[in-house]
Ligand binder design. Sequence first.
Ligand code: ADP
Length: 181
Amino acid sequence: MARKNPNIVITGTPGVGKTTHAEQLARNLGFKHLSINQIVKDEGFHEGKDEELGSWVVDEDKLLDHLESTSLSATGGYILDWHACDLFPERWVDLVIVLRCDSTTLYDRLSARGYKGKKLEENMDSEIMQVLLDEARESYREEIVVELRSDTAEDVEENLERVEMWVEQWRRDNAGGGEGE
Ligand code: ADP
């Protein structure tokens, strides 16, 4: 089973810039951007909202069945954008990008989004404790996990360039795949 394109997970604490990166990368590369939060909400793959945190309690089985039914594992070329990453099977994933952000900047972004109280606190703690980076490192091979800064617009530009070059290289390394398998 040789994919023509890699699948990329973009993860990190809410507000670090996942959507910003995923949308632009998808456009530049002609990849499909899957906002997992949006899918969970639109398809009802949840058991309601956690009242205190205001986030969906996700039905992971339904979500994974849905993703399995796409061409993700066969063709590649998908960007999975979510604030968690450990549930995606390793065989689907070629690169995991963990976006990181300075805490003052993140505080401002989340406040501007209307986060407050416990929800704001928990997300700030999560970024400071690098929860998503640890989750990614525990779930995937070290060499496919990349930590990137997302503090400024220049960071976004640099990150996009870097990932696009990585995709080019991946395509060269995997060109003509299939034979011998
Ligand atoms: P996420 O998808 O991780 O929740 P978003 O991409 O929605 O984050 O970004 C949250 C807010 O922060 C948006 O207003 C976005 O424009 C801004 N933002 C994200 N990354 C950067 C960055 N590197 N530089 C400047 N602003 C950014």
